[in-house]
Design a protein around this ligand. Structure first.
Ligand code: HEM
Length: 456
């Protein structure tokens, strides 16, 4: 499909880091040992060859679905039959309560109707110049030279500042809230991962008496109340928009408690962007020929100045690089659902209660969907190289009614930040130690990513 793919031995196209990939399915004991250390290391070779794979883990049936037709059935056509796995939803419920990331049914629908327009790219466009200014300011302090910088940590700090500008208009009191919520779910217990009946699940939701959570609630409520007070003349930030947005169904806004939950949910969801912002520098450092084209495009489009919203659609190669980064390292590597009623997926009978695993980590590297799937090649996303590839072979933001609500914001934020940094710097890997992609809820390099920063 892609014109630039080359033979296995070409040193210009090294295979980027992967977690261990077992040749055969792990035993239950191996699985229990592996999941807590790296959930991606349980994905065995057959998953990358077969489009539908059925397994049993103890008494729990699990079906891995990579066939785009099956993915469509789960996420789009029969969406109501495949709610989130209750044990995973419980993990988020402690902190996010009725927010979209944690809710189902009518509560989720209502929150989703209200949240979507508040984070729409049109409402964010006016923020772009400020986001650029914040990123430029922080880039001024990036230590250039031999001393290694953990770029994951550094871009995490930058992304928090940018996100805080969008959510609270840049109020410093927002920063600890964002940091806390970026770590949701906090400290999962073993019992949280065990599928249990709904009545027991409700009892297991932790009503934590955590002073940090109580303080977060107090502050978020105060910020929301300020934005609803008569005479408020502060920024019309994301919190403001959420507090005032009315449901297009019944014309009512969310009650204050649910504004808090939705704000917490959106803030927590926003943390995923940091992952793409880390992996891009790793992949560019490994592939100087791609990096050179990326720099050439930035120089041609920006001509040495800072990016503006009008520049973003012109960064077409940069967008292909970003798409390919999220193919190889999907920030959210697993989308898990549970069949509410029996079904048939691509000819395979699915029993009620089966966990269906739609894994971007596997689908994006599947041998039946991508040629040379483990190689980094942004030109796969050229139109002529995408013809014939099923749309759902690529789903970093999921698909269907529960598609990532922040996708358009994430793309704007990522392109802006990548342009700001790529215009001024190049990054070189500072360590020869292997980089290990590590899967928890999101996909990150284990122990960070040390780089040396060079001025361009
Ligand atoms: C590169 C960045 C991002 C990626 C790859 C990403 C990916 C995803 C994926 C795969 C899902 C579906 C999860 C599932 O259904 O199991 C999701 C849902 C969600 N994302 Fe994102 N996300 C990103 C950025 C953001 C941002 C910036 C926000 C906040 C504005 C956000 C907020 C959410 C929310 C609230 C949901 C739940 C939506 C629902 O269930 O209706 N995400 N995201």
């Amino acid at each position: 499909m892609s014109g630039t793919l080359v033979s296995e031995a070409d040193p210009a196209w090294p295979v980027p880091a992967m977690p261990p990939r077992p040749a055969r399915p792990l035993s239950m004991l191996e699985l229990l040992r592996t999941v807590p250390t790296n959930s991606l290391a349980v994905c065995d070779e057959p998953l990358f060859d077969e489009l539908v794979v059925k397994r049993h883990y103890l008494a729990q049936p699990v079906c891995f679905v990579s066939d785009p037709a099956g993915v469509r059935q789960i996420l789009i056509d029969k969406f109501d039959n495949y709610p989130r796995v209750s044990s995973i939803r419980r993990l988020f419920e402690t902190d996010l309560r009725t927010g979209t990331l944690a809710s189902e049914g009518e509560t989720w629908r209502r929150h989703r109707r209200i949240a979507t327009p508040t984070i729409d790219h049109r409402s964010l466009r006016p923020d772009v110049p400020d986001l650029v200014a914040i990123a430029e300011g922080m880039a001024d302090g990036l230590p250039v030279g031999e001393a290694p910088v953990d770029i994951e940590r550094w871009v995490g700090g930058l992304a928090t500042l940018l996100w805080n500008r969008v959510v609270t208009g840049g109020d410093p009191a927002g920063l600890p809230i964002l940091r806390w919520l970026s770590k949701v779910p906090h400290k999962p217990r073993a019992i949280d991962l065990v599928p249990v009946p709904a009545w027991l699940g409700r009892r297991l939701v932790r009503h934590r008496r955590d002073p940090a959570l109580a303080e977060l609630d107090r502050q978020l409520h105060a910020m929301i109340a300020a934005r609803k007070a008569p005479g408020y003349d502060g920024p019309q930030d994301l919190l403001y928009r959420l507090a005032h947005m009315r449901d297009r169904g019944d014309g009512q806004p969310l009650p204050d408690g649910e504004v808090r939950d939705e704000a917490a949910s959106l803030i927590a969801g926003g943390a995923a962007s940091v992952r793409a912002l880390t992996w891009i520098w790793y992949l560019l450092a490994l592939h100087p020929q791609v990096e050179a084209r990326f720099h050439a495009e930035l120089d041609a489009v920006l001509g040495g100045r800072v990016p503006t919203p009008e520049d973003l659609p012109k960064l077409v190669y940069t967008r292909r690089v970003l798409d390919e980064v999220m193919r190889l390292y999907p920030p959210i590597p697993a989308i898990l659902r549970q069949a509410a009623a029996g079904d048939v997926i691509c000819g395979h009978r699915i029993r009620r209660g089966t966990i269906v695993a739609v894994l971007p980590w596997v689908i994006h590297r599947h041998r039946r969907l991508w040629p040379e799937p483990d190689r980094f090649d942004p030109d796969r996303f050229l139109e002529e190289n995408s013809a014939g590839r099923p749309k759902l072979a690529y789903l970093p933001f999921a698909a269907g009614p529960r598609v990532c609500v922040g996708a358009s914001f994430a793309l704007t934020q990522l392109l802006t930040t990548i342009a700001v940094l790529g215009r001024r710097f190049r990054f070189r890997l500072a360590s020869t130690a292997p980089v290990v992609p590590f899967g928890a809820i999101s996909l990150q390099p284990k122990g960070g990513l040390p780089v040396r920063v060079e001025r361009r």
